[in-house]
Design a protein around this ligand. Structure first.
Ligand SMILES: NC(=O)c1ccc[n+]([C@@H]2O[C@H](COP(=O)([O-])OP(=O)(O)OC[C@H]3O[C@@H](n4cnc5c(N)ncnc54)[C@H](OP(=O)(O)O)[C@@H]3O)[C@@H](O)[C@H]2O)c1
Length: 261
C-alpha cells in the first residue's frame, strides 16, 4: 500500500521533538508540505531543513506557545489569514503531573486552556477551508488515560477525556464534508516527556531511573516502549485518502498496554 499525501498541507503541533516531530517526518516522507509548531525556533529551523523535499514539498515553521492562549490566538489567526491546511495534528506538551488531590481549580483551568481551548481554536480555523475543499483530516494526540485514568496524571486524564469526546461530536458534524476527526490514545513512547516523568518518579521513589523504565516496559504486553516513528506511520495512514472511512474513533497505539476493550 502506498500512502501518498502529495499536494496536501499539514500543520503539526509540538513538532520540535518527540511524537510531533516523528509525525511531521512521516507526513513529509509521504509527500505533504508540513508547517511545524513549537516554542523553539532554532530546533524547528533545523528539522525543516532536514525534511524531504524530493516530491516538491514546501516546509515551514511557526513559533507558538500553547500555554499563552491570547498570544497563541493572535499568532494562529494570522497564520490562517494567509494559509490553508488539509491535515491538522493537534499536539502539545502534556500538563503537569500530579494526583487529583494535589490539583486546584486554577490548575484545571490552566490545563483546559493548554489542551482544550487551543485545540478547538486551531481546529475551528482549519475547518473553514477544509469545509470549502470538502476534504480534511484532524488528528488529536491523546492518551490511553482517557480509557484507564492514571493516578499521577489527574489533569491530563480530565482534559484529554474532554478533547476526545469533543472530537467524537465534531466527527458527526463534519463527516458529510469528507473530513475525518480521530484521536490517538498514546501508550508509552520514547520521548523527552517520558524521560522527564520517569526522572520525577525515580526521585520520588528513591530508585534509579533505569528501574522505573524496566518496570514500565514490563507492564506492556509488547515488553518495550514505543518508537515515535511507529506513531508517525499511524498518523500518516489516518491522514491519507486510504483512511477516508475511519472517523470519530479513539485508536490506541500502546503495545497492548490498555486492558479494557
Ligand atoms: N511519550 C509518551 O509516552 C506519551 C504518553 C501519553 C501521552 N503523551 C502525550 O503526547 C504528547 C506529546 O508527547 P511527547 O512525548 O512527544 O512530548 P515531548 O517529547 O515533551 O514533546 C513535546 C513537544 O511539544 C512542544 N511543546 C511543549 N510545550 C509547548 C508549548 N507550551 N507550546 C508549544 N509547543 C510546546 C515541544 O517543543 P518546544 O519545547 O520546542 O516548545 C515538543 O516539540 C503530550 O501531550 C504528551 O502528554 C505522551
Amino acid at each position: 500500500m502506498n500512502i501518498s499525501l502529495l499536494g496536501k498541507n499539514a500543520l503539526v503541533g509540538g513538532s520540535s521533538g518527540g511524537i510531533g516531530k516523528a509525525i511531521a517526518i512521516q507526513l513529509a516522507e509521504s509527500g505533504a508540505s508540513v508547517t511545524l509548531m513549537s516554542r523553539s525556533a532554532d530546533k524547528l529551523e533545523k528539522i525543516v531543513a532536514d525534511l524531504p523535499i524530493d516530491k516538491g514539498q514546501n516546509h515551514a515553521f511557526l513559533v507558538v506557545d500553547f500555554s499563552n492562549y491570547e498570544e497563541y490566538k493572535r499568532t494562529i489567526t494570522n497564520f490562517f489569514a494567509t494559509n490553508s491546511i488539509d491535515i491538522l495534528i493537534n499536539n502539545t506538551q502534556g500538563p503537569a503531573a500530579g494526583n487529583a488531590l494535589e490539583k486546584n481549580v486554577a490548575d484545571y483551568q490552566q490545563a483546559f486552556n493548554l489542551l482544550f481551548k487551543t485545540v478547538v481554536l486551531t481546529t475551528t480555523l482549519a475547518l473553514e477551508q477544509m469545509q470549502k475543499n470538502k476534504w480534511g483530516r484532524i488528528i488529536n494526540v491523546a492518551s490511553v488515560s482517557v480509557k484507564e485514568p492514571l493516578s499521577y496524571l489527574a489533569l491530563s486524564n480530565s482534559i484529554r477525556a474532554a478533547v476526545v469526546t469533543w472530537a467524537k461530536s465534531l466527527a458527526t458534524d463534519v463527516g458529510k464534508d469528507n473530513i475525518t476527526v480521530n484521536s490517538i490514545l498514546t501508550g508509552y513512547f520514547d520521548t523527552e516527556r517520558i524521560t522527564q516523568l520517569n526522572a520525577k518518579k525515580a526521585e520520588q521513589l528513591g530508585i534509579p531511573q533505569k528501574e522505573v523504565r524496566s518496570e514500565m516496559e514490563s507492564k506492556v504486553p509488547a515488553k518495550r516502549i514505543g518508537n515515535p516513528n511507529e506513531y508517525g506511520y499511524l498518523a500518516a495512514f489516518l491522514a491519507s485518502e486510504k483512511a477516508a472511512y475511519i472517523t470519530g474513533i479513539q485508536i490506541p497505539i500502546d503495545g497492548g498496554l490498555l486492558k479494557s476493550l
